[in-house]
Ligand binder design. Structure first.
Ligand code: F6P
Length: 545
């Protein structure tokens, strides 16, 4: 059950999309919008999600050709293989089953002819009990005090998912304060622990491999700090761990009741649903964590069972391919209009760029087309006062996802209406722009001199025609957040399938890691071996007094 290897550029639909692109590329979105008779295809409604894709440079032909492309690349077959546990992560010889972790508890999903669901249910029960016992004060620190703080020690997928979700669902917080330590930079860990009371702090070490330099260094620094502040016996009561590497955890001194397993068929950047989400559960309570999983699972079902034209992840993925491969857009921005989602762009950067930043296809040949998009963004309205200038008037085409919520959590409607008026106005402004005539009228009305008007006019014109997707969701609940993250996960998958690449490995992070370990030995021994001229000179500078 491996993936088919189809070069998308060899398909008929790709060729048709190329000529269709030449016909439509200079069309105005607003004209296309007016011409559309079938508004339905451009507005997708599912549960609490309303996704408006109508502010894009596309028409019905574009959509149907994009779906033809998905069919020619046999996306349906790929989806079925992923959900059934096929070995679709071929370079690591693994299935890809983060969807199993959030599947219904009575499902049957097999890996090596064994149903993995009972094992996953067991882990969930342990997360639930552990969360309850920590929050109720039944499990306490070494001086018998209840825990007040929890620190997640991990990096990459063992950090970005939990930190994003904990921030996003802060409104639903339990009584524990959450902290995150990720960087190998000692200043990071020391800044975090300097404010903490060791007697009331629980540390959760999260590392799929339990070999990651950053995580082990931070865990060891904290362990020494804890032993100094309390004593050696405190380690087993203040440390929990999440990993596939059970032996390494035991060596660290964490007792088995505090150890939570992971499976190798859950990739790091897709792992927040698994025991990696332990700090999420501690932060928002197990019931909210479960609701997060439920939302993700419902999006999985939508993705698995819905025809492409109404399938939110498929439509967003194909649109992204449209801009990436035909308009040659290099980047995409994600702009959530809620401060709670401030960490979403950083989370998506790993999920998307570590997955689809590949230049070799599934047959091992260099690709002759563009793959992974560069993802960036920040919250609205902050980003309007930062980088929106470039989106409105710069030289680059940057398709954007605008994510907003109908209802605010704190019921502060006056401010919410202000926030949302910006949300709607920005996509309208990006599409409509402002032509010379309007600028001229505006300046004339302000009684400006003609000479000054002629000078100023070109700077005040907005070309417009900037594409956006609007995701209007009812409310930021754990369930809706789960669905939103799952939506992006499936978008990544679809794009990887079309681009004929392996989305679930990450060989590209290895080279730098290997070299860093060699350089560290040289630094520690104060003996620089052979490097290129630039690196040698930099290392000498670093080691000089
Ligand atoms: O950056 C590479 C990577 O392997 C990520 O894919 C992963 O999320 C991260 O390192 C952390 O790995 P681990 O959980 O094994 O410590």
């Amino acid at each position: 059950m491996t993936l088919k290897k189809i070069n998308p550029t060899s398909t008929n639909s790709w060729k048709k999309l190329q000529s269709h692109f030449n016909e439509i590329k200079n069309e105005k979105i607003v004209d296309l919008l007016d011409k559309r008779t079938d508004g339905k295809s451009f507005n997708l409604n599912w549960e609490d999600f309303h996704v408006d894709i109508s502010k894009n440079i596309l028409d019905n032909t574009t959509l149907s050709l994009l779906f033809d492309l998905a069919n020619e690349c046999d996306l349906k077959d790929a989806i079925s293989k992923q959900f059934r546990g096929g070995l679709i992560n071929e370079t690591e010889n693994r299935a890809v089953l983060h969807t199993a972790v959030r599947a219904n508890e009575d499902s049957n999903i097999e890996v090596d002819n064994t149903n993995v669901i009972p094992g996953l249910n067991q882990t969930k029960t342990r997360i639930k009990d552990f969360t309850k016992n920590i929050l109720s004060g039944k499990l306490r620190g070494s001086t018998n005090k209840a825990f007040t703080d929890v620190v997640n020690i991990g990096i990459g997928g063992s950090d970005l998912g939990p930190v994003m979700v904990v921030e996003a669902l802060k409104y639903y917080s339990s009584k524990l304060n959450s902290h995150f330590v990720s960087n190998v930079d000692g200043d990071h860990v020391l800044e975090v622990i300097k404010k903490l009371n060791p007697e009331t702090t629980l540390f959760v070490v999260v590392s799929k491999t339990f070999t990651t330099q950053e995580t082990l260094s931070n865990a060891n620094t904290i362990k020494s700090w804890l032993i100094k502040k309390l004593n050696k016996n405190a380690v087993s009561l203040h440390f929990a761990a999440v990993s596939t590497n059970q032996n390494a955890i035991q060596d660290f001194g964490i007792k088995s009741d505090y150890v939570f397993p992971m499976n190798d068929w859950v990739g790091g950047r897709f792992s927040l649903w698994s025991a990696v989400g332990l700090s999420i559960s501690l932060s928002i309570g197990y019931n909210n964590f479960k609701a997060l999983l439920k939302g993700a699972n419902e999006m999985d079902e939508h993705f698995k069972n819905t025809e492409f034209s109404s399938n939110i992840p498929v439509v967003l993925a194909m649109l992204s391919i449209w801009y990436n491969n035909f308009f040659k857009a290099e980047t995409e921005a994600v702009i959530p209009y809620t401060q709670y989602l401030s960490r979403l762009p950083a989370y998506l950067q790993q999920a998307i760029m570590e997955s689809n930043g590949k230049s070799v296809d599934r047959s091992g040949n260099p690709v002759n087309y563009q793959t992974g998009n560069i993802i960036w963004g920040d919250t609205g309205t902050n980003s309007q006062h930062a980088f929106f200038q470039l989106i409105h008037q710069g030289t680059k085409l940057i398709p954007c996802d605008f994510i907003g919520f109908k209802f605010p959590l704190h019921k502060e409607n006056t401010q919410h209406n202000k926030l949302m008026s910006n949300f709607f106005a920005q996509t309208e402004a990006l599409m409509m722009g402002k032509d010379e005539k309007s600028v001229n009228n505006e300046l004339e009305n302000s009684k400006m001199q003609k000479k000054q008007i002629d000078f100023l006019k070109p700077f005040k014109v907005f070309e417009g025609n900037k594409p956006t997707n609007t995701l209007l969701i009812d409310k930021l609940t754990p369930k809706n957040l789960g669905a939103l993250i799952s939506m992006y996960e499936h978008k990544i998958f679809v794009q990887g399938i079309i681009w004929n690449i392996f989305s679930y490995d990450q060989w590209g992070v290895e080279l730098g890691k290997q070299l860093a370990s060699k350089v560290l030995t040289e630094i520690n021994q104060n003996k620089i071996s052979k490097h290129d001229k630039s690196t040698t000179s930099l290392l000498n500078k670093y080691l000089s007094n």
